[in-house]
Ligand binder design. Structure first.
Ligand SMILES: C[S@@+](CC[C@H](N)C(=O)[O-])C[C@H]1O[C@@H](n2cnc3c(N)ncnc32)[C@H](O)[C@@H]1O
Ligand code: SF4
Length: 454
């Protein structure tokens, strides 16, 4: 890939798991009351038709990986499990009390932190407690994130018996120097054991998370990690660009400094090499950062234009409403977003008082909804179109000027009243989205908020 393009487009930019992006949420016009209203409207429109999605955040991890940007609490005290599950179940009850009908769950995802920090018994109690107050959609999908070092056969079997058919394991990189630098020693044997057990039990989609651009990582190590990954052939691979965001409060990125990270050019070269090796191994790129075998539902969803992106990343089914439970979880009613408090003590305190523990959010304006649609189109299908007057925004002229420059650089092609991102432009999809991000264009952030786009 051309270095001058990387130099030009490698800027700080959002990953667009939402639009507006979290730093642009307008807290001043947001309230818990408005959030509930937007959720009730969405629930009313969509629950009986398609159902809703649930995301449950389980924040505990036994050991800190120093690269990690997730919301987590490090502890070895497993006594924390029970009160936390009680609080999540109570939060679910608070939602069920206000929803005008029995929720129908289409998608349920448990993320973290480390869901497999919890015992199988406690996870079973959590899921059974959630399902006691809900119906299931016919084609429901349950998934969870497992840490290969502590996912047991019992975890996998228990969750499978409860309806889980998808699991993703954090791999990151197999090289010892990299693993030491990120404080995550994780032998291949552990990943193999967890992956094979999941397959034997009957999981239909097994994913591995791999990261490029980690401290001390080289192209040779990325190649080695993919070579080992090929021995296990997971159905999906998230091939993430390491997001270096040490300024975010409490994320713990330390133990190395920027000089230990591969430069923009070598990071891009790692991506290009990884992409090539994954494609040789039979994986197809799905949206940004994701690869899947042809047999995986994410790949099928891409082929039939059903790919969707939300806070959980890419999914193969879209529900209008998604409720996030647990500390720091984000909910999305399509008309609005809300986020739960991040501190566990504060979360418990609000739940005890029967308060839905939301502390900030955003209600989408008509303009937000239009821009959101364009950004979703680009992130999921690498194209968008404004021929429909309902997808017109006032700033279109300025957006087109930016896109024209990207056309000269070979990143996009104009087609009718729309654009298609070219093969060459796909690694720069975040930059193309930024052209549509009118909030970002109107007000550039004063401090560093986002990771680099490349
Ligand atoms: C919650 S963790 C996965 C579950 C489990 N805690 C584990 O570590 O295996 C979710 C994934 O986010 C990705 N991730 C975390 N921090 C990241 C960062 N700074 N940049 C890119 N990806 C990151 C990792 O690939 C990780 O596997
Ligand atoms: S990568 Fe996983 S185990 Fe490590 S700190 Fe982050 S959430 Fe916890």
């Amino acid at each position: 890939m051309c270095n001058s393009l990387i130099n030009k487009y490698n800027v700080a930019g959002p990953r667009y798991t939402s639009y507006p992006t979290v730093p642009y949420w307008d807290d001043t016009s947001f309230s818990l009351k408005k959030w509930k209203e937007s959720l009730l409207l969405s629930f009313d429109e969509s629950n009986t038709v398609e159902g809703i999605s649930l995301y449950i955040h389980l924040p505990f991890c036994e050991s800190l990986c120093t690269f990690c940007g997730c919301n987590k609490r490090i502890t070895k005290r497993h006594e924390v499990e029970e009160p936390y599950i009680n609080a999540v179940l109570k939060e679910w009850s608070l939602y069920c009390e206000i929803l005008p009908g029995r929720p129908k769950i289409k998608e349920l995802h448990i993320g973290g932190g480390t869901p497999t920090f919890f015992s199988s018994e406690n996870l079973e109690r959590l899921i059974k407690g959630i399902l006691r107050k809900a119906n299931l959609a016919d084609d429901y999908e349950f998934s969870f994130e497992g840490h290969p070092n502590n996912t047991t056969r019992e975890h996998l079997q228990t969750l499978y018996n409860l309806g889980f058919s998808r699991v993703s394991f954090g791999v990151q990189d197999y090289n010892e120097t990299v693993q030491k630098a990120i404080h995550r020693i994780q032998p291949f044997e552990n990943v193999k054991r967890a992956t094979l057990a999941a397959r034997e039990i009957g999981y239909t989609s097994i994913g591995h998370d791999i990261i490029f651009g980690l401290p001390f990582q080289t192209e040779a190590q990325v190649a080695k990690t993919i070579e080992l990954t090929k021995e296990l052939m997971p159905d999906r691979i998230a091939f993430y660009s390491y997001a270096h965001v040490p300024w975010l409060k409490g994320n713990g990125q330390r133990g190395y400094d920027e000089s230990n990270l591969p430069s923009g050019d070598s990071k891009r070269a790692q991506y290009e090499l990884g992409k090539e090796l994954l494609s040789q191994a039979g994986y197809n790129e799905v949206g940004m950062d994701h690869f899947a075998l042809k047999t995986d539902s994410l790949h099928e969803a891409m082929l039939v234009n059903k790919l969707h992106r939300n806070f959980m990343g890419y999914t193969d089914s879209k529900t209008q409403a998604m409720i996030g439970l647990g500390v720091s979880s984000i909910s999305d009613s399509w008309y609005g977003f809300s986020q739960n408090v991040k501190g566990i003590e504060e979360y418990y305190h609000l739940i005890e008082q029967n308060i839905i523990p939301v502390y900030r959010g955003h209600i989408l304006s008509t303009e937000d909804l239009i821009v959101r649609q364009h950004i979703l189109n680009l992130m999921c299908h690498f194209e968008t179109n404004w021929s429909d007057p309902a997808l017109y925004v006032d700033e279109l002229k300025d957006i087109v000027i930016k896109l024209k420059e990207m056309e000269i650089d070979g990143l996009v092609n104009f087609e009718n009243e729309g654009i298609k991102i070219t093969q060459k432009g796909q690694p720069f999809v975040r930059n193309v989205c930024m052209a549509f991000d009118v909030l970002l264009q109107r007000k550039q952030p004063e401090t560093r908020l986002f990771s680099m786009t490349v």
